[in-house]
Design a protein around this ligand. Sequence first.
Ligand code: GTP
Ligand code: MG
Length: 196
Amino acid sequence: MSITASEFTTSYARVDKIPVDRRPEFAFIGRSNVGKSSLLNMLTSRKELAKTSGRPGKTQLINYFLINGSWNMTDLPGYGYAVQSKKTRSKWETRTTNYFTKREQLTCAMVLIDSNVPPQKIDLEFVNWLGELGVPFVLVFTKTDRKKARGLTQVEAFKKKLLEQWEELPPVFLTSAVKQDGREELLALIEKTLLG
Ligand code: GTP
Ligand code: MG
């Protein structure tokens, strides 16, 4: 699929304030700093559509991006940013949890995992939670251009951990926002999902 139009529409602090909309939604979720906003920019071929930062905790609201006038990408605040105060952290986590449990338009979650680090408890917990909730999702490993990602050892380790819990794996994508790797594959998945 090609993306011919992409625009930021609105940010929401509360899931119950998001209007009911018939358009399907693809959500970007993962630990703070994993590269959610960068991936969204890579897919839309827009450098600064979603704001990115080297500091974790950049995205704080649920941001909506309308794609080709017919479906949405949602950029969510990251989870697991330890430097936040407990209060802020729980506010963000409530937001994220509500989105996944309540948003009926959610078509597929893109769960981003850093391909450079060993399996993180918080990622495994999140993936298990989504699975139990029955939300369709795919795993998107990010930053494969970095040195530590070489050999994809951590990707394999993560998959192995998941297989201790689940009989089969969701679709897995390897991406680099820097090198534009994985773009065509992810867009093909979105297209296939939209066509149902
Ligand atoms: P929060 O909004 O804070 O949760 O972060 P985020 O997940 O949206 O991450 P963001 O896209 O802001 O990227 C975080 C940092 O990682 C930035 O410094 C990006 O430039 C960098 N980054 C993102 N994707 C890649 C990638 O594929 N390769 C490399 N090398 N760096 C990346
Ligand atoms: Mg972000």
